[in-house]
Design a protein around this ligand. Structure first.
Ligand code: ATP
Length: 505
């Protein structure tokens, strides 16, 4: 695996996986652009998720809701009031920091002074942040007195009282910019699923339990985007809302934690780098009955890759009409605008109730970062040289096969290779690349670095011009394996079976 984010960032830029957003104008912080290989890897990951969760199940439907979201959706979901992170400013450097991130980076003795000043049990960072937000004036003074360091200068700062900063991006729909035209870029894909619950139910006649799956962009104005694509302002989520009967929610919550852990392993992440973390009661969001985060050992630390929450009837209960009749258990805002009954009529008893929901919510970009990190390998070769190999699962590799002509100046060889590329491409296994940049050694090295599992070389033997004067190797090619670097010779008619076998899920 990668030992630092820096070596991944460098590889991503060098080989065309990921670039800084708006780079030529100095970069737009918290945005990244996926390059020729990055887009393939990301698409492959999303497709694998969709296949597993929609196509291979009989209890799931897909959805693609819009990014632009009515203000009332995010009012009733609670985001307008509470989708905020605590933030402080350093009066000296004017540097703005997310409070919990800032505290995590402090030396132990500084943090110890702050715990004592705020009278919070030492070691419970979550409780410390909560106490500080309840007494912001006192907290600002305590931070300054405790000598909390500014990460930019490593000097003690003069800190303002912390305050909440709402992370939603606002925009205006239509030509007039006023309160009435205010809308949001969605901060999560989930709300699009909840507000379409009745549409999906009515159009598919699903019975509980069933789920709705969605992949799409989400936007958060993070106070401090950082760690490459780990924390960005524009990202993608893969989210499932799985609707169940109250009472069956705990079973399904456990089920989804196991299922999601299994799936990440099938994507190539090793079990020892995946850590399920059950949120203690004091960390839980107010609507959640239980949350298990799947943490991954990223190069920058053990951090959240996916969260799996039991959200009870909070979401549908928040957005439904007829709230009083439905016996909602969660604490919800009184809804005076919704036109839909987001509930389920028990086919046996005829009684209406609001389903509970289990939400496995994964970040695509964090997934890509985890895959890259896990796959990154430095190997010493027998001749003492070093090679970098990206040991991605072949199914996820951006390029499945590189078809390489041994020489570039023999039209019989290059034309043969081009025809072979087209033929393999038609199998629908993903991207097949005709590769004639550089010499063969360079091509191998480049494809090792980007994780191409197979390199097929078309040579003199292929076109029936073997050194021994025979044509017995006509229509055979060499196939080089990325990981073992071993080469075998196959007849071109064998390639389809070989590749289908190797690239099968
Ligand atoms: P964090 O605590 O790291 O800010 P979160 O708990 O707010 O994350 P959720 O609201 O649970 O995150 O979002 C679900 C998933 O979306 C996360 O597990 C993560 O993979 C992804 N995600 C959330 N915020 C970001 C971000 N700023 N950049 C990239 N991915 C993100």
């Amino acid at each position: 695996p990668a030992s630092s984010l820096d070596e991944l960032v460098a590889l991503c830029k060098r080989r065309g996986f990921i670039f800084q957003g708006s780079e030529i104008y100095g970069g737009l912080q918290g945005t990244y652009d996926y390059g020729p290989l990055g887009v393939e890897l990301k698409n492959n990951l999303k497709q694998a998720w969709w296949r597993r969760n929609v196509y291979e199940r009989d209890d799931m439907e897909g959805l693609d809701a819009s990014v632009l979201t009515h203000r009332l959706v995010l009012y009733y979901s609670g985001h307008e009031a509470t989708f905020a992170d605590p933030m402080v400013d350093n009066r000296i450097t004017k540097k703005r920091c997310r409070l919990d991130h800032l505290l995590k980076e402090q030396p132990e003795e500084v943090l110890g002074r702050l715990y004592r000043a705020m009278e919070v049990e030492e070691g419970n960072l979550h409780a410390l942040v909560q106490a500080m937000m309840q007494a912001p004036e006192r907290a600002g003074g305590a931070m300054t007195a405790a000598g909390v360091l500014d990460p930019a200068t490593a000097e003690p700062g003069d800190w303002t009282p912390p305050r909440y900063f709402n992370m939603m991006f606002k925009t205006y729909v239509g030509p007039v910019e006023d309160e009435a035209s205010l809308a949001y870029l969605r901060p999560e894909t989930a709300q699009g699923i909840f507000v379409n619950f009745k549409n999906v139910l009515d159009s598919t006649s699903r019975k509980l339990p069933f789920g709705i799956a969605q992949i799409g962009k989400a936007f958060r104005n993070e106070i401090t985007p950082r760690n490459f694509i780990f924390r960005v302002r524009e990202f993608e989520q893969m989210e499932i809302e799985y609707f169940v009967r109250p009472g069956e929610d705990e079973y399904w919550h456990r089920y989804w934690v196991e299922e999601r852990l299994r799936w990440w392993q099938e994507m190539g992440l090793s079990r020892e780098n995946l850590v399920p973390y059950e949120q203690p009661p004091e960390e839980l969001a107010h609507y959640a009955k239980a949350t298990v985060d799947i943490l991954y050992r990223f190069p920058h630390g053990l951090e959240e890759l996916e969260g799996i929450a039991n959200r009870t009837d909070f979401d549908l209960g928040s957005h439904t009409k007829d709230q009083e009749e439905l016996g909602i258990t969660a604490r919800v805002l009184k809804n005076e605008h919704s036109t839909a009954r987001l509930a389920y009529r028990d086919p046996d008893t005829g009684k209406w109730f609001v389903p509970y929901v289990i939400e496995p919510s994964a970040g695509v970009d964090r997934g890509v970062l985890a895959l890259l990190s896990e796959a990154f390998t430095r190997e010493e070769l027998p001749n003492g040289e070093e090679r970098i190999v990206l040991k991605l699962k072949p199914q996820l590799a951006p390029i499945k096969v590189a078809v390489i002509p041994l020489v570039k100046n023999r039209p019989e060889i290059t034309e043969y290779a081009k025809r072979l590329k087209a033929r393999l491409q038609a199998l629908g296994l993903g991207r097949i690349l005709y590769e004639d940049t550089g010499n063969i050694g360079k091509a191998y090295r480049r494809h090792d670095e980007v994780g191409t599992p197979f390199a097929i070389t078309v040579d003199y033997d292929t076109i029936g011009q073997s050194k021994d004067g025979t044509t017995r190797l006509r229509d055979t090619v060499t196939v080089r394996d990325r990981d073992t670097m071993e080469q075998i010779r196959l007849h071109v008619e064998e390639l389809e079976g070989f590749l289908r076998e190797k690239l099968r899920w």
